[in-house]
Design a binder for this molecule. Structure first.
Ligand code: GYE
Length: 332
């Protein structure tokens, strides 16, 4: 986290220095020359934080793709705080960036700042997560995964697994992501809908793990104390929380992947390796590689072109039913 924050500061410093140099040049040579040196597109991007391998992979991809497309990136890491994201968006507006992109940590509370962006004529791209609003036209589009579909795939895997094991009762505990965030809401909803018609399935409890490894461990401890050997399945909304929960399960004397079915979402390298080792049964993919779409959309918006309202990447399911020996490195 320190490294990212440091990088964030460096970005800001580089940005400030370039602004200063541009101002000096403007004073020295007049407006015409400066117009030739102007960057094609300045993109302000507010990232949620560095809570997971997914998030770090997403940041790297955004930075790499911005460089590839020759887009100047003003990157801000909000360290898991909505107020930091709001402050970052206000800075982007003050700097008059061409396009703003951000991953909203939660769905509510963006109306005021997004109205300010709208009034300043700056288009906004939602990356990864959605917002909830009654206002029209605050954002141009959303580029991110179909979280409902991910939850549904997790539920469908579980039904097949229960069939193959011949289970007649399945007690599930759910370790959920950040409350009031889009992936949390929709991964829960998709999963619940998928298992709704199956009488064997019971969700004993859903607990807020905030997408963090440490919280995943804490939640698992609480759930094991409360339900002990009743637990047949852990459905965790991301790899980090899953990786936090596994040692707790082992310490309590259970074998993850055998005594308890483990289902995760994201598909980072570490979770895939654990899946191959047998301690996770299924990982639903959620790709952090959204940078290409973000850059192409930002360029279109700058040129006043129409963009698609929603772009979902293609995603798959990795499970103990497959031979994963040939799987390419995940890159996050
Ligand atoms: O699953 C989790 C991350 O919003 C899809 O956020 C993202 C989620 C991802 O912290 O690992």
């Amino acid at each position: 986290m320190g490294k990212k924050t440091g990088r964030n500061k460096i970005h800001r410093r580089i940005f400030k220095v370039s602004i200063l140099m541009a101002a000096l040049l403007l004073a020295a040579c007049g407006k015409k020359e400066i117009a030739q040196d102007e960057p094609g597109l300045l993109l302000g991007f507010s990232q949620i934080g560095s809570e997971s391998a997914w998030r770090i992979g997403n940041t790297t991809d955004i930075e790499e793709k911005a460089a590839e497309y020759g887009i100047s990136l003003m990157f801000e890491n909000a360290n898991q705080k909505q107020e930091n994201q709001i402050a970052a968006i206000r800075r982007f507006i003050a700097y008059k960036v061409d396009v703003i992109a951000f991953s909203p940590i939660v769905e509510d509370g963006w109306d005021n700042v997004l109205m300010e962006a709208k009034n300043a004529g700056i288009p906004v791209i939602l990356v990864d997560r959605d917002i909830s609003t009654e206002e029209e036209g605050l954002t141009a589009c959303l580029i991110g995964a179909d979280f409902y579909e991910e939850g549904k795939k997790a539920g469908e895997y579980l039904i097949k697994k229960a069939d193959s094991l011949g289970l007649d009762e399945v007690n599930i505990v759910e370790i959920a992501g950040t409350d009031n965030s889009t992936p949390m809401r929709k991964r829960q909803e998709g999963f619940a809908d998928a298992i709704a018609g199956d009488k064997r399935m019971h969700v004993l409890e859903s607990i807020d793990g905030d997408f963090l490894k440490s919280r995943g461990a804490e939640c698992m401890r609480i759930l094991l104390e409360k339900y002990g050997d009743k637990i047949d399945v852990v459905y965790s909304h991301n790899d980090e929380m899953t990786l936090g929960a596994l040692p707790e399960i082992e310490e309590a004397g259970f074998v993850p992947g055998k005594d308890i079915i483990i289902i995760s979402i994201d598909g980072g390298q570490e979770a895939i390796d654990v899946l191959k080792s047998g301690k996770i049964n299924c990982v639903v993919e959620c790709t952090p590689k959204l940078g290409k779409e973000v850059m192409e959309t930002a360029l279109k918006l700058k040129n006043g072109e129409r963009v698609e309202a929603v772009i979902h990447p293609e995603e798959q399911v990795f499970s103990d039913e497959q031979d994963l020996s040939g799987l390419a490195p995940r890159g996050y």
